[in-house]
Design a protein around this ligand. Structure first.
Ligand SMILES: [Mg+2]
Length: 287
């Protein structure tokens, strides 16, 4: 066996890079409040955004899907009794966003710009302005990899081909992976512009035909596990809130098992059980 016989794909945000808290708390949340008229209920807006994008089964979702889910949850929450009932009318429906998300092949700024060119939708112009504002805020961060994650990427490269699969924009990924000497360890990056994680893995398997038990995806979101399951490859979870322990596990147990063909089965099931326990499906305010 050579390093061409194995492939390890790494998700970036919240997996290799310790940037999810900064991204969402310092960038997405303030822009969400500013661009969607939520200034009167900033605490609830923050709680909704963080539930959807950080602390639930939809963690790591594409930003536009995360926006739609957050707006839907905000409408449902504020329409109920108690807090903010009077604010229902100020969160208008978003039919253009909903239909773009339902129909678009890729959900990125570029494809949103194309849609605006076709439809001239004012609603979508606001979504694009929000997304660009988020990118502007993100530029102010300097994401660091989890210390053991950088070592894990290097260790994986010793025995396998390495790729990045992420829903972040490609330029941000090249910046972050390049700034820490990790880009040279990879054979390339799949980003937001290349479709969903499942698209990425299918494309990868086409370019590098390998049996599913020779391909391992490391990720921190249930969507990563779903993409791995759909494409028949192995999945190693980096558990939110326990990332360093997860990378320790990857280095000392997960990766060695992968290379010796002992990852699938009971070991993988136990990892996935621990991962699924860490993220709820129901918002705390509905519990
Ligand atoms: Mg992630």
């Amino acid at each position: 066996m050579t390093s061409d016989d194995y492939l390890v794909a790494f998700d970036s945000d919240g997996c290799v890079f310790d940037n999810m808290e900064f991204k969402h708390k310092a960038c997405f949340v303030p822009s969400f409040i500013d661009f969607f008229g939520l200034q009167d209920l900033p605490l609830q807006a923050r709680e909704i955004w963080e539930f959807v994008n950080l602390y639930s089964t939809t963690r790591g979702i594409n930003r536009f899907r995360g926006l739609k889910l957050s707006l839907d949850l905000a409408r449902a929450r504020f329409a109920g009794e108690g807090v903010g009932a009077e604010r229902t009318s100020t969160i208008p429906p978003s039919p253009d966003l909903d239909s773009w998300i339902a129909g678009a092949r890729h959900l990125s700024n570029a494809s949103l710009e194309e849609e605006i060119g076709r439809s001239g939708s004012e609603e979508l112009k606001n979504v694009l302005a929000w997304s660009l504002d988020v990118n502007r805020r993100l530029l102010e961060g300097s994401p660091q990899p989890f210390p053991l994650a950088a070592r894990a990427v290097a260790r994986a490269r010793e025995g396998a081909r390495v790729r990045v699969v992420s829903q972040a924009p490609g330029n941000a990924l090249r910046r972050d992976w390049g700034a820490h000497g990790l880009l040279d360890l990879t054979e390339g990056i799949f980003s937001q512009e290349d479709g969903t994680k499942e698209d990425h893995l299918r494309c990868l398997l086409q370019q590098t035909p390998l049996p599913g038990d020779r391909v391992l995806l490391a990720g921190d979101a249930p969507g990563d596990l779903a993409a791995a399951t759909a494409t028949g490859v192995l999945f190693f979870p980096v558990i939110p809130g326990a990332e360093e322990g997860s990378w320790e596990e990857f280095l000392h147990e997960g990766l060695p098992r992968f290379f010796r063909g002992a990852f699938a089965g009971g070991y993988a099931r136990e990892l996935h059980r621990r991962f699924e326990e860490a993220l709820p499906a129901t918002p705390p305010w509905e519990g």
